[in-house]
Design a protein around this ligand. Structure first.
Ligand SMILES: Nc1ncnc2c1ncn2[C@@H]1O[C@H](COP(=O)(O)OP(=O)(O)OP(=O)(O)O)[C@@H](O)[C@H]1O
Ligand SMILES: [Mg+2]
Length: 231
């Protein structure tokens, strides 16, 4: 469902469209009660089990407070639309930044360490990201990085379907070879197994490599029984 600028969702006034991803659109909005700017993500899934799971697990995600994790403020339902409300982040996604070229070694280390700290904090709270990628990191002008969408890959779809099978279906061209669409899947995600905290570490390694790579494509083969291409 696409919302018009000026529309009202619960106590939130829609200001503009920020983007769209796998789960639905993201809007910049105004919290009319607290008078602050927020980002609202619409959940497009109609599955009631998933919604119940989301409401349950949102509590754990909302408890994550860390300087490098985008805070979840609220979840809501209005006029048949489920949505979540998060901290509005100024800046650009790391994906947008990397489209102009690699980071300096210093910037790559800074961003890499900040994201590692965010992952460590979430893992200690029992929450795995499962979908770490440059599009889920926003970098502020001052160099501060914040990780978006913590735990959402699991909350908005069955574990295997959301992060593994859907991506595999989009990208698989030859049996056993996954290529094309940018992806940061860990070996166990490629194999369709359940991803745990180690998966985030594998994706963090891919992200670090991407931050410094001048070519947008590289290849990894063999050790885990799969061959896949990353862009
Ligand atoms: N909290 C936020 N503050 C500011 N902008 C945001 C925020 N969350 C998302 N955005 C913007 O909205 C865009 C779409 O986000 P979304 O998470 O839906 O897409 P995605 O990361 O490309 O895909 P997905 O997470 O579904 O795999 C992002 O690229 C970003 O520009
Ligand atoms: Mg995202």
């Amino acid at each position: 469902m696409a919302l018009r600028v000026g529309a009202r969702l619960g106590p939130y006034d829609i200001i503009s469209v920020l983007g769209a991803g796998g789960f639905g659109e993201v809007y910049k909005a105004r919290d009319t009660r607290l008078d602050r700017t927020v980002a609202i993500k619409i959940l497009s899934s109609a599955d009631t089990d998933l919604k119940a799971r989301f409401t349950r697990e949102a509590k754990a995600i909302a408890a994550l407070t860390h300087p490098h994790i985008c805070t979840l403020y609220d979840v809501g339902h209005d006029a048949g639309t489920d949505y979540l409300v998060m901290e509005y982040l100024e800046g650009e996604t790391l994906a947008a930044r990397l489209s102009r070229g690699p980071l300096t070694l210093n910037d790559a280390l800074t961003v890499g360490i900040q994201i590692a700290e965010a992952l460590g904090n979430a893992h200690r709270a029992g929450i795995v990201h499962r979908d770490l990628k440059p599009g889920n990191v926003i970098v502020h002008r001052d160099g501060t990085a914040k990780v978006l969408d913590f735990g959402l890959a699991r909350l908005t779809g069955p574990p295997a379907e959301s992060s593994v099978e859907a991506t595999t279906r989009q990208t698989q061209t030859v049996p056993g070879t996954i290529m094309g669409t940018p992806n940061y899947m860990s070996p166990e995600q490629v194999r369709g197994e359940i991803a745990d905290a180690r998966s985030d570490l594998s994706r963090h390694r891919s992200l670090r490599k991407r931050c410094r790579s001048t070519t947008v494509r590289w290849e990894q083969r063999g050790r885990h029984g799969v061959e896949y291409h990353r862009a």
